[in-house]
Design a protein around this ligand. Structure first.
Ligand code: KG4
Ligand code: ZN
Length: 334
């Protein structure tokens, strides 16, 4: 079964063709760059860019998959969470396509898409597993009991992990979005140079908090003269990254232990971070557990994860009604 997956929840316009929920035939991702000069995503600008790009990206996805719309059997699109304007572009496009071709349409939760990226690539993953979703908008620890059956164990009280990476990257003069650039700079610094706080790390439960860490970096930077800033820039990046990663590793490893779960996955943009992958893997291996993560292309927002999540949902529940609308604050499992 060929599924078309459409993702437009934030600043990536992406369309993919996936066969049987496992085999990616194409996954075209257009990342908007118009936002860097504003230091963050401007919803109105993002919506307009999706409008300009959705048709060319869709055509390219079919072409790269060497197929045509006649051979597509299911049309999946993100319905939320995300920015209302951008979400409406992809969702309305998908519904129009479904209406015009008579193919079934399915609305997909973006967060379910992220965690499903692991199902796509790791068929040996246990049905019951623990997943950490870490992106620019979300930090969430979830027990997956089966397709569509989720228990949210913890979320962030304030900033998302990726948001903290982006804000600190901005303070360090690295531009937006800065997570990947910060990681690159951190590789040349000393992670133990500055001991930044690890908010809530020892509190019971699985809640996260990132705003205090970000503020601590901002206050530290204010105390520096410009020459000191240049000298310490890489150490600050490495020390921030170490604190940010430790928060994620600690809560995730603890949850896996306390709930007795063998298989753990990470997904979302921050799951691309090498230090997170390395530290979480070594911690889990010591506890006899296994870590899975998606390839880099499937960590950040993409249509393939939406196609796969839509495919599995369709097998379980059938198609969505055409009246489904975009839900900016959609809650996983709702
Ligand atoms: O999943 P995603 O593409 O979009 C959302 O759904 O938010 O995630 C984007 C986020 C951004 O905050 C970006 O800075 C962060 O993922 N990110 C990283 C890395 N690559 C992307 N953060 C840390 N290290 C990276 N290598
Ligand atoms: Zn995302």
């Amino acid at each position: 079964m060929l599924t078309l997956g459409i993702e437009t929840s934030c600043d990536e316009t992406s369309v993919a063709v996936v066969r049987g929920g496992r085999e990616v035939l194409s996954n075209v991702i257009y990342s908007q760059t118009d936002h860097s000069k504003f230091g963050g995503v401007v919803p109105e600008v993002a919506g307009r860019a999706h409008l300009r790009k959705i048709v060319p990206v869709y055509r390219q996805a079919l072409e790269e998959a060497k197929t045509t719309i006649d051979r597509i059997e299911l049309i999946a699109a993100t319905m939320g969470p995300g920015l209302i304007g951008p979400l409406l572009v992809g969702l309305t496009f998908a519904k129009g396509l479904s209406f015009a071709t008579g193919k079934p349409f399915i609305a997909v939760d973006h967060i379910e898409g992220h965690l499903t990226a692991n199902l796509l690539e790791h068929p040996d993953l246990d049905q019951r597993h623990l997943t950490l979703i870490v992106s620019g908008g979300h930090t969430m620890l979830v027990e997956v009991k089966g397709v569509g059956s989720y228990e949210i164990l913890g979320t962030t009280r304030d900033d998302a992990a990726g948001e903290a990476f982006d804000k600190v990257a901005k303070l360090l003069g690295l531009g937006y979005p800065g997570g990947a650039k910060l990681e690159k700079l951190a590789a040349t610094g000393n992670p133990e140079a500055i001991r930044f706080p690890r908010p809530m790390i020892n509190e019971p439960g699985y809640q996260f908090s990132y705003s205090g860490l970000k503020t601590a970096v901002a206050i530290y930077l204010k105390s520096l003269a410009s020459e000191q800033f240049r000298e310490q820039q890489a150490d600050i990046a490495a020390s921030f990254q170490e604190a940010a990663v430790e928060l994620l590793v600690e809560k995730t490893a603890r949850a896996a232990g306390e709930l007795n779960i063998e298989h753990v996955t990470i997904s979302g943009g921050v799951a691309a971070n090498g230090r997170l992958r390395e530290r979480l893997r070594s911690r889990l291996v010591k506890a006899g557990k296994k870590l899975f993560y998606p390839s880099l292309e499937l960590c950040t927002d993409n249509g393939a994860m939406i196609a796969t999540a839509g495919f599995f949902r369709y097998l379980d529940d059938g198609a969505s009604e055409m009246v489904v609308s975009a839900v900016p604050y959609l809650r996983l499992g709702a």
